[in-house]
Design a protein around this ligand. Structure first.
Ligand code: FUB
Length: 341
């Protein structure tokens, strides 16, 4: 996101938050699993991972106070077996666990490979490599403890010299292809992809730019059948104030990527939105975040978001059906969710 843009959005959201507080609005009591799915903490950038009969959900912990823009110091993990009831496993890591990083527990994803769980996350690098960077950590279990797997950044801002801004190298997403190769995509305004070495902690070969139309941030790679999907937070600056979700598809991880348009509208009260996609027990799910949660006297804001989940459905040609963000979320059986956007 642009800093100027983010500050404007923060001001708008603060005004909204004050309005909500003044009106005494709180999150309504809801059926288990209704949105937002975590209600006692502000959470953002959802990243699902299915392991056996559980779905694990990794999120950044939003702790911004008052008009702070972001205050994200750790990543949390939750799990579910039924998409209704969630178990809180606490923090898997703090930014401080990466000795070379300064701040910002931004978007992440965990992938399972070779009996280990690999955690990729965006952080702010220290002054030796100014700008955002991508960290990699490893654990024997999905709930951690995770430890820095490399002792240095996997990707730094200096590795993508054509980029225009210091927060270009954020929001990693990882996919292991049918041939066993794992790929990592990431970016803000520019979207990049590279292959990982089998050791999972080094880039193998070139970094390729694949920026799709209106790409802003938050790429998410997944594959269904023979089709590859690149889903992302988009911002068409000529028409929209807040990010939406758009996507592209390709016949191979190497492309070519075809833009397929918008998948969702904006998250309620939120400048940012962030996709995470998983198939679990036969159904597909799209995780998102909005800024509609109120906890005590703190309302949603740019750094106080709340993760949500909706059913995801496909058309016969592999394109994804538009997703409408609801309060009921997946507590409503398909296809009955009411439209919000
Ligand atoms: O949560 C911090 C940043 O905001 C993420 O890295 C972006 O995707 C946006 O959600």
């Amino acid at each position: 996101m642009g800093v100027g843009q983010a500050m404007l959005a923060a001001a708008a959201l603060t005004a909204l938050a004050l309005t909500n507080s003044a009106m005494g609005q709180t999150a309504p009591a809801a059926a288990p699993g209704a949105n937002p799915i975590v209600r006692d903490k502000f959470t953002a950038d959802p990243a699902p991972l299915v392991v056996g009969n559980k779905l694990y959900l990794y999120v950044g912990h939003d702790e911004a106070q008052r008009d702070e823009m972001f205050n994200m110091r750790e990543w949390l993990v939750y799990s579910t077996t039924d998409m209704r009831h969630w178990t809180d496993h606490g923090a898997i890591m703090k930014v401080a666990d990466f000795k070379w990083a300064e701040k910002d527990a931004w978007a992440s994803q965990v992938i399972q490979k070779n009996g280990k769980f690999w955690f990729y996350a965006a952080v702010e690098h220290d002054k030796t490599h100014p700008g955002k960077a991508i960290a990699v950590a490893v654990s024997d279990t999905p709930t951690g403890p995770f430890v820095d797997a490399k002792g240095s950044a996997l990707i730094t801002n200096q590795m993508t010299p054509k980029g225009t801004h210091s927060w270009e190298d954020i929001d990693p997403t990882v996919l292991t292809d049918d041939d066993g190769a794992t790929w990592i995509a990431w970016g803000n305004r520019q979207c990049y992809i590279a292959k990982l070495k089998p050791n999972m902690i080094e880039i193998d070969g070139p970094i390729t730019e694949i920026t799709p139309p209106h790409f802003e941030e938050g790429p998410w790679l997944h594959k269904r059948g023979s089709l590859y999907y690149l889903t992302y937070a988009s911002l068409d600056r000529s028409t929209h104030r807040d990010e939406r979700i758009s996507y592209a598809t390709a016949p191979s991880i190497n492309g070519p990527w075809t833009y397929r348009g918008e998948l969702t509208g904006s998250g309620k009260y939120s400048f940012t939105i962030h996709p995470g996609i998983a198939q679990f027990k036969g159904n597909w799910y799209l995780f998102l975040h909005n800024a509609a949660l109120v906890i005590g006297d703190l309302s949603g804001a740019i750094g106080r978001r709340a993760v949500t989940v909706e059913h995801l459905q496909y058309n016969a040609d592999g394109t994804m059906k538009p997703v409408f963000q609801t309060d009921a979320g997946v507590t409503v059986a398909l296809p009955g969710a009411a439209r919000r956007n």
